[in-house]
Design a protein around this ligand. Structure first.
Ligand code: DGJ
Length: 736
């Protein structure tokens, strides 16, 4: 890996074994983008890649020598309003009302490693030789604003991490109205755009369309990254598939309002923008003040979508997630939510826990309803003290009883919220986000606390610490169950109200940082009505996230498959739940529910005491299986094989680092009479090694890796299995 600068041609070349990223200073001093793709030879000069000739009668040319129009020029951080008409990366409202800026090259630094981003989650290195960072220093001569563009190239993987940092070195205040983390101008637009979209209980379904002239975009204005769209985007060549071809992945390490956009201009250049959503964003920068954007990560591959995903998985698993739990197998848990909802007593919880302990479950999680007067979702949020009517000896009392059964204890919080019917709200009605004189919106009967205020975050930290400091809580599920409305803070002046959405998220990150530092051994799982904040920002603090409130195995196939395009299996909370399923009413076999959930951080979410003894025996076997294989499932290399979005059969697999073991998950949604023979081509195996293949306790034979990857694994033809086949059937093939 290296970052080189050629003084004569003013060219920067960032490269490692896989990729090159090349840019140069344009004749007018701004930065031009030359190339991002497969590694090419280092050279002094690539100026032939600068396409500077004005293209049409309509072009406007900047005064100066040589004459230059930026209209179709590929840039690093485009600005609207002089000769470029595309959507810009930056917009700064100045004292005289102008929004035009002109950031010109002033200098640069190349440093080993990667700097931290103050107050924000970001990828990191453990050793300086894992990455190199280029800081381009640009300046707008009229306002005196300095812009640092940061580019980190990692030694491994086709990854470039980017962000922008503004300093107001001028003498007048300005308003940053738009400050994207990444602007990437591509020389052509022959790409399919893939977004990951949906709604509550059907999150992150891939949606594909070809790029066309004009704008295509997704984003969130809900105050969280949202169920509707994930802050992740793929551009792939039309013939790229899971195993072949070029693709670019763009991921934003942020949990709030975001925008991901591609604009194709009249000459086929494609501009990708990714960052904080400029709608409702207005950050005042007084002289001497600075602003840091969130980090965006770009991945390039020429080896298909699985390779791109694996690059994100490794980065996010090893160099975004942090702390004690980063590399550890995740405990098998049972959560009481779908077992009891709000209807529980300590006795009922202990009855569940006793059965759980007998099955080998390792962690008991008490969900919503243990605090304040929380008997339903209408009251109690914000009063983070155990309800003595339900838990006479408090949280520690219950936790000790659970520990005595041989399990760890975990607890649910929703720190950012309060109900109107709560002591917190009664004592501090000004602590919520709301606009004086206007109606307040409730979501699930709750208001959003103003986390842009440090005293609010401090108060919640104090209450949560009081509970956690006894040392009997080993896991925290941090929920967030509504979007933000009436985004206005009583603590900020009128000309800073456009900062509240971002300051809110900074407050969330601040609380996470303080809690994870104070309680480093607690495993945090993020959650937001299921998957509304399944984003890289939160993975920095919580290495796993509740993937969706939809626990149906068939729906989960789609949700987990879609989620896997960016996020590792070790980050996906996945539980076996009751049938008929509570979200869709579907009845699926118990083994299929487990076979889907085992490609995630595995657990249960059902009333174990309502199961038959046969079902409990089956659960014991599932837990033994998971304990044997979870390291491979959660930390192995994950491959998507057959998409549930394209047919009746879905499959995926995980391969150990040394290729000696693999697990294949195979799922058939509806049964077929008299099925044709089918074979499944596997991936990632050692072609030279002989693998023993087993399924459901049966030995199926020994096959070389090359046989399994090219001829394939026969998935039909077993007479006994076909007789017993049914809808929603699944299998796990064990290869070793
Ligand atoms: C929404 C979460 O996604 C559920 O798992 C559960 O924790 C409920 N909130 C509790 O209110």
């Amino acid at each position: 890996m290296s970052i080189s600068y050629n003084e004569k041609s003013k060219t920067f070349h960032l490269f490692n074994e896989e990729i090159s990223y090349i840019m140069a200073v344009l004749p007018n001093g701004q930065m031009g983008q030359l190339y991002f793709g497969k590694k090419i030879h280092p050279k002094e000069d690539y100026s032939y890649l600068l396409e500077l000739l004005p293209r049409s009668m309509a072009s406007c040319v900047l005064d100066g020598e040589p004459p230059l129009s930026l209209e179709h020029v590929k840039q690093e951080y485009g600005v609207y309003g002089s000769s470029d008409y595309r959507f810009p990366a930056v917009e700064i409202l100045q004292e005289n009302g102008s929004r035009i800026s002109d950031f010109c090259y002033k200098g640069h630094q190349i440093t080993p490693g990667k700097p931290k981003l103050a107050g924000l989650p970001a990828t990191y290195v453990e050793e300086e030789n894992e990455a190199q960072t280029l800081t381009l220093v640009l300046e707008d001569p009229v306002t005196g604003i300095e812009l640092e563009l940061l580019y980190t190239i990692f030694s491994q993987g086709g990854i470039v991490a980017r962000s922008a940092h503004f300093s107001n070195s001028g003498s007048a205040p300005v308003h940053l109205l738009k400050a994207m983390s990444l602007c990437m101008d591509l020389p052509d637009c022959d790409y399919d755009w893939i977004q990951f979209s949906g709604a509550w209980a059907r999150e992150r379904h891939p949606r594909v369309r070809h790029l066309e002239q004009g704008i295509q975009s997704i984003g969130s204005m809900r105050g969280h990254s949202s169920h509707e769209h994930n802050p992740f985007l793929i551009l792939k060549r039309p013939f790229t598939d899971e195993f072949h071809g070029e693709a670019l992945g763009f991921s934003l390490i942020y949990s709030g309002n975001f925008l991901a956009q591609a604009e194709v201009d009249s000459h086929g250049t494609a501009r990708v923008l990714l960052g904080i959503n400029p709608e409702w964003f207005d950050w005042k920068l007084e002289p001497g003040q600075t602003f840091q954007t969130p980090e965006a990560v770009m991945v390039y591959t020429d080896q298909g979508l699985n390779h791109m995903s694996q690059t994100f998985h490794r980065l996010y698993q090893k160099r975004l997630a942090r702390g004690f739990w980063r590399d550890r197998e995740r405990p098998i848990l049972v959560n009481n939510w779908e077992a009891t909802y709000f209807d529980f007593t300590e006795e009922k919880i202990l009855d569940l826990a006793k059965t759980a302990a007998r099955t080998g479950i390792e962690l008991f999680v008490l969900d919503d309803g243990w605090f304040g007067k929380r008997l339903s979702d209408r009251s109690g949020l914000g009063d983070w003290r155990a309800n003595p009517d339900r838990l006479p000896q408090g949280i520690s009392g219950l936790a000790k009883k659970i520990e005595a059964l041989g399990m760890k204890f975990g607890l649910w919080f929703e720190p950012e919220m309060t109900n109107p019917d709560s002591d917190l709200y009664r004592n501090h009605p000004d602590w919520i986000l709301s606009v004086p004189g206007r109606a307040k919106s409730q979501g699930r009967h709750q208001y959003v606390l103003d986390f842009s205020r440090s005293e609010v975050v401090d108060a919640i930290f104090q209450m949560m610490s009081e509970i956690l400091k006894d040392g009997h809580v080993s896991y925290v599920k941090w929920d967030m169950n509504r979007s933000i409305t009436e985004c206005w803070s009583a603590a900020l002046p009128a000309d800073r109200q456009g900062e509240v959405f971002h300051r809110y998220i900074l407050g969330v990150y601040n609380l996470y940082e303080r809690l994870t530092s104070a309680f480093p051994h607690i495993l945090f799982e993020s959650c937001s009505s299921g998957g509304a904040r399944f984003d890289p920002g939160l993975l920095y603090y919580a290495p796993q996230a509740w993937t969706s409130d939809d626990t149906d195995a068939v729906e989960r196939l789609k949700i987990q498959y879609g989620t896997s395009y960016c996020y590792p299996v070790s980050s996906m909370g996945a539980h076996v739940s009751a049938c008929p399923n509570h979200q869709v009413g579907r009845i699926t076999p118990l083994n299929t529910r487990a076979n889907v959930a085992c490609f995630g951080t595995f657990g249960y979410e059902l009333d174990l005491n309502r199961l038959s003894s046969d079902e409990l025996e089956e659960i014991k076997e599932q837990i033994t299986f998971m304990k044997t294989w979870r390291n491979l499932l959660q930390f192995g290399t994950f491959y998507r094989l057959q998409s549930p979005f394209l047919g009746n059969i879905a499959s995926w697999m995980a391969v150990s680092d040394d290729h000696s073991q693999a697990l294949v998950g195979w799922y058939r949604i509806l049964n077929t009479a008299n099925p044709p023979y089918t074979r499944l081509k596997l991936a990632g195996l050692d072609p030279e090694r002989l693998y023993r293949v087993r399924e459901g306790g049966k030995f199926l034979g020994k096959f070389f890796g090359d046989e399994l990857m090219n001829a394939g694994l026969l998935t039909t033809g077993d007479e006994e299995a076909e007789k017993a086949s049914c809808d929603f059937e699944s299998r796990i093939y064990i290869l070793d």
